[in-house]
Design a protein around this ligand. Structure first.
Ligand code: IMP
Ligand code: MG
Length: 179
C-alpha cells in the first residue's frame, strides 16, 4: 500500500485564523469580567488552544490532560482513559475544554463527565472541528469553528500516525490512494 496523500485542503491558514478570531470574540464576550481556564487535550488540541488563547481578551489559565482511547474486550470503541492528569484543581473555576475534533463524541463526553465531577464553577466545550454525521453519543458543543464532512482530516494539530500535525491548513487525507 502506498503512502496516504493530501486530497484537498478544507480550510486554509487564513480561514482558520479568521474563524478562531471570531470564536474567541464570542468566548471573550461570554466570560467578560471572569477568569477562564482552558484545558487542552494532548496532543491534537495544542495548536488550536495556542491560537485561541492568544486571541482571548480574558485573564487565562491553561492546563492539559492526556488520554488514550481504546476498544473494549469485544472490540467496541469508545473507551477513554486519562493517561496524564491535570496539574491543578479546577474546583470553583470557569473551565473550557478545548478539543481538536468531536467525532463519535465518546472522548468529549467522558472528559466532560470527569471534569464535572471535580466541582468547576462552570464547564463548556470548544472544538476546532465537529463531525456531527458520525456522532454516537450526544455532547453539548458550545463553541465550534468548523463542521466537517465524513472524511479523515489532518493538520493544525490533527494527526495520522502522529504525522501532519504541523500543517498550517486542515486537509482531507486519502488513506486509500494508489493501493
Ligand atoms: P471521538 O470519536 O469523538 O471520541 O474522537 C476521538 C478522537 O479521534 C479525536 O479527539 C481525535 O484525536 C481523533 N480523530 C477523530 N477523527 C479524526 C480525523 O479525521 N483526523 C485525526 N484524528 C481524528
Ligand atoms: Mg483528540
Amino acid at each position: 500500500m502506498s503512502d496516504p496523500v493530501i486530497e484537498r485542503i478544507l480550510f486554509n491558514e487564513q480561514q482558520i485564523e479568521q474563524r478562531i478570531r471570531d470564536v474567541a470574540a464570542e468566548i471573550s464576550k461570554k466570560y467578560t469580567g471572569r477568569e477562564l481556564k482552558l484545558i487542552g487535550v494532548l496532543k491534537g488540541s495544542i495548536f488550536f488552544l495556542t491560537a485561541l488563547a492568544s486571541e482571548l481578551k480574558l485573564p487565562l489559565k491553561i492546563d492539559f490532560l492526556g488520554i488514550s482511547s481504546f476498544a473494549n474486550k469485544r472490540g467496541a470503541p469508545g473507551m477513554v482513559r486519562i493517561e496524564k492528569d491535570l496539574d491543578d484543581s479546577v474546583e470553583g473555576e470557569d473551565v473550557l475544554l478545548v478539543e481538536d475534533i468531536v467525532d463519535t463524541g465518546f472522548t468529549a463526553r467522558y472528559l466532560l463527565q470527569n471534569l464535572a465531577g471535580r466541582g468547576p464553577r462552570s464547564l463548556a466545550l470548544c472544538t476546532l472541528l465537529d463531525r456531527t454525521s458520525r456522532r454516537i453519543v450526544q455532547v453539548p458543543v458550545e463553541y465550534r469553528c468548523f463542521e466537517i464532512p465524513d472524511r479523515f482530516v489532518v493538520g493544525f494539530g490533527l494527526d495520522y500516525k502522529q504525522l501532519y500535525r504541523n500543517l498550517k491548513y486542515i486537509a482531507v487525507l486519502n488513506l486509500e490512494s494508489g493501493s
